[in-house]
Each structure stands twice: as structure tokens, then as C-alpha cells.
Design a protein around this ligand. Structure first.
Ligand SMILES: NC(=O)C1=CN([C@@H]2O[C@H](COP(=O)(O)OP(=O)(O)OC[C@H]3O[C@@H](n4cnc5c(N)ncnc54)[C@H](OP(=O)(O)O)[C@@H]3O)[C@@H](O)[C@H]2O)C=CC1
Ligand SMILES: CC(=O)C(=O)O
Ligand SMILES: [Mg+2]
Length: 543
């Protein structure tokens, strides 16, 4: 309960309000009688009303708005509905609808949420952070809005992403919403359409560059360390112009990680390993072709190569099995202007210009799209893949749905139902030749909530690569034979909380093993972490 609030003030406090679930006794003790309709309802009945209302909305964006408005009335009911209907509501608070919400952010804006630190706040960032009213902050998700899903630079509209990611921290990772802080670093936007949009809510100026950008980031991270000691900082949807450099700069300074590089890396490694349980192949025998050579692709390629090396290949041999293609063609050594983050992935061979040619020549067994470009996996591309590979693995990781490199229907149809398909955004099962094929959702949502929980449970001071390998193994171990039998390489979204617990135990165990923890190791880590997880319960009021 929020302090000693009573009466109308209590009903207006979103963190404390339970609406019609206040009991008869609470209504008397808290001065609520007369301010509520007489029915006393169970949380289940309240959630049923939420679902009923959502069904009656005209569009998913309307459903998103309805849920955000609900949260302004009762955070508890919002969280309860999300937890009880995770698979159903995930596509609303997360991809794909959150993408639309970000695009329309200024139009659908109802109430501020989270913290805005802007280019104009140089010199007073600490002051802003100290202004945050909610309880002790344990987890921050921060973006600068420069690469929101596959939608590009959305400036301050990108705030929908940290909000959505933190909803999953609570619903899946069991981290209390009151200790989660979404942050928008508004450094301007290079999206001229947005800057001209009358409803745009961010700074109408070009993005800060170079030293000015770095100085604001430095001030922000220092202020975070000072104001919220021990906090976990997740970098999200920064463009690759800064993402790799920021990770390198800060990973040894505080407990932080980049979800798009590292979280996606762990998810991708687990996804490939799960798919191989269907094909019966070995990781060291695969040839992977990534379309895209940015954060997601390089995050996965780095982890896959390390896993191949751990299984006996030399780094050189592992490198020869992972090919990357970007807007300039295949990543080959000696290509002029290769940025530092791409260099370790370039291959000493003649360039190949296009995807179809690359497939014919390299004959990949695993094709991974992380390009942010919808429909790149055309019919000829998937035909070429299926020609040389009996069970091709096809991951269309780009979000939201319209940016997927192909749909589930296309992946199955164009490979005669032989593909093992998963996508970043959810796709419905596909009926083909009398079979029902169930695509998995290959999204870092299967990793980051558990990583966050494990880091906080162990009080980790730093986030290590070993933690992401442990997270990948824990996720892969959660995949059941029944999932694979339907073609789905990950557990259903309704099991995301269970998955997060398993990932958290693996991450925390790594922190305890490697001397990165500040919290004592409990006798039974799984039981202790489970007990620590937030549940949107309705305890009796201290009346
Ligand atoms: N499913 C999941 O869990 C995740 C999905 N994603 C999604 O992946 C996508 C990419 O994200 P991220 O890696 O961070 O973005 P980046 O901008 O870092 O990388 C995009 C890459 O795609 C390349 N590319 C763009 N168009 C083409 C094309 N036509 N042909 C070949 N390559 C192309 C770019 O080439 P160049 O380098 O030459 O510009 C770049 O290398 C986004 O849609 C995002 O939503 C991201 C993280 C997690
Ligand atoms: C899933 C995710 O992090 C992305 O698409 O950026
Ligand atoms: Mg992201």
C-alpha cells in the first residue's frame, strides 16, 4: 500500500488502487465506502473485465492505449492482467503493437511515464534522476530512440520501448514495477518528418554528435551510478553508430548490458541449438548466413562462433562457418571502410553481391535475417536455400511484423514445409498439406527478463559473456520435445516467466561462481529467486 492514503486519494493513486477489489473491511477502514460501487470483486473478475474491454476495441493500437490508460488507474490490475494473459497481451505491450505505439507516440500520449533526459540537461542530469519519485530503482532500460525495432530513428517516440521492455521485466522477470525506470535520452532526432509533426513531443533538433553525445552519455551513466548504486542498466535500441562503443565503454564500469547485441546473441545461440534438435545436426557442422551485420546479427554470430570453438573448432574454422551480408554485400576482408565492429567477422574471399548468389555459393544450412528490411527472403531466395538443404533453418528476426524478412506462411510454403522457422514477432500457426506448423518467437524476450532477475538476485557488479552463455543454455534446456514436435524451437509465450526463472538461476549461479556477486549465495538459488519474484497480488490492506 502506498503510505497512509485513504478515500478518493487512495483510489486515484495508481500504485495503490485496487478498485472494486477492496474488501468490505478495507472500505470501512480506508474511507472508501460510498466511493466505489457496492460489488466487491475478485481480481479474476476484474481481469475478465479487462479482457472483455480489450476484445471490444477496434484495433491493436486501441488495445494498447486502453492498457496504458488502465495502468494509470491501477498498476496492480494492469500487471495482474498481463501476468494472467501473457501470451495474449504480449503482442500488445511488446512487438508488434509497441512499434505502432512508438510511431504514433505523440498522438496517443496520455500521461508521462519514465524519465526524459535531454540534450538540454547537460550539467543537471543528477538533479533529474534524483527527482524520480518511485521506490528504490533497481533496473533501468534506456534508449536514445535512434534504432527503434526495425523502424529507424523515432527520436523521443522511442520511449515506448523501455516501457515495454520493463513490462516484461515485471511480468516475466518478476522485478517489481516500482523498481523499474524507463529512460529516454532525447538527444534530438534526424527524422525530419517527426521534427515537423505538430504532435511530436521530443526536442526538435538534429541528433547530438560526437563529443556532445558522449558527454551527455557519460554524465547520465555517472549520475545513474551515484543516484542508484547497484542498479542494472540495459541499453536498448541504440543505433549501431553508438551501441558497440557504449557497451565497450561501460561494461567494465557498472552492471550493464546491451540487449540487442548480447541478449539477442544468447537467444540466437539457443534458437540454433534448439533447431538442431529437430534436424539432428551438430553446431560445428552448420553453415550460417546472416543477412544484416548489425547488433543482432553480430551478437548472434559472436556467440555461435564461440560455441563452435568450445566444441572443438579453431576460431578460423568457426569463422568460415559464419557468413554475414550487409547492404554492401558479403563481409569480406579488405573491404574499404569496414567499421571496427564488423572487422572480426570479415572473411578472406572474393565478394558476393547479392543474397541469392550468396546462398547458391555458400550453401547455408541456417539463414538468419536481422536486417530490419521486410520481405528480403523472397521466393527465389528460399527456393535456393531449400534446393541444397533438406531441413533449412530460417529465422526472420526483424521487428515488428512488417519488417520480418519473410512470414511464417512464406517460409513454410516456399520450402515445401521443410523449414524450421522462427521470427522476432509472433506469427500464427500455418496449415500446410494437412500439417499444422507452429513458428517459434525468436526474440530476446526469452533472455533479458531472466538475465535482469539473475543479476539483481546475485547483486552482480558486472555482466560477463559467461552469463550470456549460461542464459543461452538455460533457455535451450527449457525447450521440450513437445515444442519441437510442432516445429516450435522455443517454449510458448505463456511460459516466459518460467523461462526467466531458469535463465535467472543460470546467470546468478555464474555470478556466484565467478566472484561477480555481492549477495550471498542461498542454499537453494532457484527457491530463493522464485520467492523474490514480484507477483501482482492483492494482500489484505494494513487497515
Ligand atoms: N528478434 C530479436 O530478438 C531482435 C530483433 N532485432 C531486429 O533486428 C533488426 C536489426 O537490428 P540491429 O541489428 O540492431 O540493426 P542494425 O542497424 O545494427 O543492423 C542492420 C543490418 O542490416 C543490414 N541491412 C539493411 N538492409 C539490408 C539489405 N537490404 N540487405 C542486406 N543487409 C541489410 C545493415 O547493413 P549496413 O551495415 O550495411 O547498414 C546492417 O548491417 C531490427 O529489425 C530489430 O528489430 C534486433 C534485436 C533483437
Ligand atoms: C526485440 C528487440 O530488442 C528489437 O527488435 O530491437
Ligand atoms: Mg531492441
Amino acid at each position: 500500500m502506498s503510505g497512509s492514503l485513504t478515500g478518493a486519494a487512495l483510489l486515484r493513486d495508481a500504485t495503490a488502487n485496487r478498485g472494486t477489489a477492496f474488501s468490505e473491511a478495507e472500505r470501512d477502514a480506508l474511507g472508501l465506502r460510498g466511493l466505489l460501487p457496492p460489488a466487491v470483486e475478485t481480481p479474476e473478475r476484474q481481469v475478465a473485465r479487462v479482457i472483455d474491454n480489450l476484445k471490444r476495441q477496434a484495433s491493436d493500437l486501441d488495445r494498447y492505449c486502453w492498457l496504458m490508460a488502465l495502468r494509470e488507474r491501477s498498476e496492480l490490475l494492469f500487471q495482474r492482467a498481463l501476468l494472467d494473459h501473457l501470451a495474449e497481451l504480449l503482442p500488445l505491450v511488446y512487438t508488434p503493437t509497441v512499434g505502432q505505439a512508438c510511431q504514433q507516440f505523440g498522438r496517443i500520449f496520455q500521461a508521462p511515464r519514465g524519465l526524459y533526459v535531454t540534450a538540454r540537461d547537460r550539467g543537471r542530469v543528477r538533479e533529474l534522476l534524483r527527482r524520480w519519485p518511485a521506490g528504490p530503482v533497481r533496473a533501468i532500460v534506456v534508449t536514445d530512440g535512434s534504432r527503434i525495432l526495425g523502424l529507424g530513428d523515432l527520436g523521443a517516440n522511442g520511449m515506448g520501448i523501455p516501457i515495454g521492455k520493463l513490462d516484461l521485466y515485471s511480468a516475466c522477470g518478476g522485478i517489481a514495477p516500482g523498481s523499474c525506470l524507463p529512460v529516454m535520452l532525447d538527444v534530438g532526432t534526424d527524422n525530419a518528418t517527426l521534427r515537423d509533426d505538430p504532435f511530436y513531443l521530443g526536442l526538435r533538433q538534429p541528433r547530438l554528435q560526437d563529443d556532445d553525445y558522449d558527454a551527455l552519455l557519460e554524465e547520465f551513466v555517472s549520475a545513474v551510478q551515484e543516484c542508484f548504486p547497484g542498479v542494472l542498466l540495459q541499453f536498448e535500441d541504440f543505433s549501431n553508430r553508438h551501441a558497440f562503443a557504449l557497451l565497450a565503454r561501460y561494461r567494465e564500469r557498472l552492471c550493464c548490458f546491451n540487449d540487442d547485441i548480447q541478449g539477442t546473441g544468447a537467444m540466437g545461440l539457443a534458437a540454433v541449438n534448439s533447431a538442431l534438435r529437430i534436424t539432428g545436426g551438430k553446431l560445428t557442422g552448420q553453415r550460417l548466413l546472416f543477412v544484416g551485420a548489425g547488433e543482432a546479427a553480430l551478437g548472434i554470430a559472436t556467440m555461435v562462433k564461440a560455441a563452435m570453438v568450445a566444441q572443438g573448432l579453431s576460431l578460423e574454422q568457426a569463422r568460415e562457418r559464419c557468413w554475414l551480408l550487409d547492404t554492401q554485400g558479403l563481409l569480406v576482408a579488405g573491404r574499404p571502410g569496414l567499421p571496427a565492429h564488423k572487422q572480426p567477422h570479415a572473411q578472406p574471399r572474393a565478394p558476393l553481391a547479392d543474397l541469392e548468389q550468396a546462398i547458391s555459393v555458400l550453401q547455408p544450412t541456417v539463414l538468419i535475417g536481422a536486417s530490419g528490411m521486410g520481405q528480403l527472403f523472397s521466393q527465389p531466395v528460399l527456393h535456393a536455400l531449400a534446393r541444397h538443404c533438406e531441413r533449412p533453418v530460417v529465422f526472420a528476426l526483424s521487428n515488428p511484423t512488417a519488417k520480418a524478412e519473410c512470414s511464417a506462411q512464406q517460409a513454410y510454403e516456399w520450402t515445401e514445409g521443410r523449414a524450421i522457422f522462427a521470427a522476432g514477432s509472433p506469427f500464427a500457426p500455418v496449415e500446410l498439406a494437412g500439417r499444422t506448423l507452429v513458428p517459434g518467437q525468436a526474440n530476446n524476450a526469452y533472455i533479458f527478463p531472466g538475465v535482469g532477475l539473475g543479476l539483481l538476485a546475485s547483486g552482480a557488479t558486472r555482466v560477463s559473456d559467461a552469463m550470456f552463455f549460461a542464459a543461452a543454455a538455460a533457455l535451450a534446456a527449457q525447450v521440450k520435445d513437445a515444442d519441437l514436435a510442432s516445429g516450435r524451437i522455443f517454449p510458448g509465450q505463456d511460459r516466459l516467466r518460467e523461462v526467466a526463472l531458469a535463465v535467472a538461476v543460470a546467470v546468478a549461479t555464474t555470478a556466484w561462481r565467478d566472484g561477480l556477486a555481492t549477495q550471498p549465495r542461498p542454499d537453494d538459488p532457484e527457491l530463493a529467486i522464485l520467492a523474490s519474484m514480484y507477483r501482482p497480488g492483492y494482500p489484505a490492506c494494513a487497515a
